[in-house]
Ligand binder design. Structure first.
Ligand code: SAM
Length: 178
């Protein structure tokens, strides 16, 4: 199952850090890429590509002008999950989403999410019915979707690799990917 994120309505001036954090969480926790809408942000794209070069993997990032087109084109082969505090509890729907083997597009909002997104989604899913952050909502959703297995992922062609330590830091730099 391929999992991609659709981040709606990115505004570089306001969302620089939060969209970066959202995409870092998506990458680290097993999504294969992200599409973002709103305002094209070359710095954001460079930042994420830089992370791939240092830490491995091939997390894709692309900009789309029209979210509706992206969703419709995704629905030709996959299904759509919209993360929203108004949706059904993740506890109620995660089994069904996991069992469904089709590719998944996970929509997360920024500013106001258009009402049409609620209708087009196959699942509107809440991570508690309280407002919080797209980063925490996505992280918990991916953790549940992959049943914790995403915590053991390794990233190919990493230049830097951390050797986990009880104390201190140990990072190995590979000369192959310099
Ligand atoms: N509604 C506010 C606005 O208009 O600016 C803030 C939106 S919220 C910070 C951004 C996104 O976080 C939402 O669109 C949703 O995808 C996600 N989110 C926040 N709380 C959530 C929750 N309890 N369950 C699922 N997703 C949530």
């Amino acid at each position: 199952m391929t999992v991609k994120i659709l981040r709606l309505g990115h505004r570089p001036s306001r969302d620089k850090r939060v969209t970066t954090h959202l995409l870092l969480a998506a990458r680290a926790l097993g999504a294969s890429g992200a599409i973002y809408t709103g305002v094209k942000d070359d710095q954001l794209e460079k930042r994420i590509q830089g992370i791939n070069l240092s830490w491995g993997g091939c997390f894709e990032i692309s900009f789309a002008k029209d979210w509706s087109k992206e969703i419709k084109s995704w629905k030709k082969h996959g299904k759509v999950v919209h993360l929203t505090m108004y949706g059904l509890s993740i506890k109620k729907v995660i089994e069904e989403i996991r069992r469904d083997e089709s590719d998944k597009l996970i929509i997360v909002g920024g500013a106001k999410v258009p009402g049409e997104v609620f209708n087009i989604a196959d699942w509107n899913v809440s991570i508690t019915s309280q407002p919080h952050s797209e980063v925490s909502a996505l992280a918990i959703f991916l953790h549940e979707l992959f049943d914790g297995n995403e915590l053991n992922l390794t990233f190919e062609k990493a230049r830097l690799r951390i050797v986990p330590q009880g104390q201190g830091k140990k990072v190995i730099e590979s000369q192959d990917n310099v």
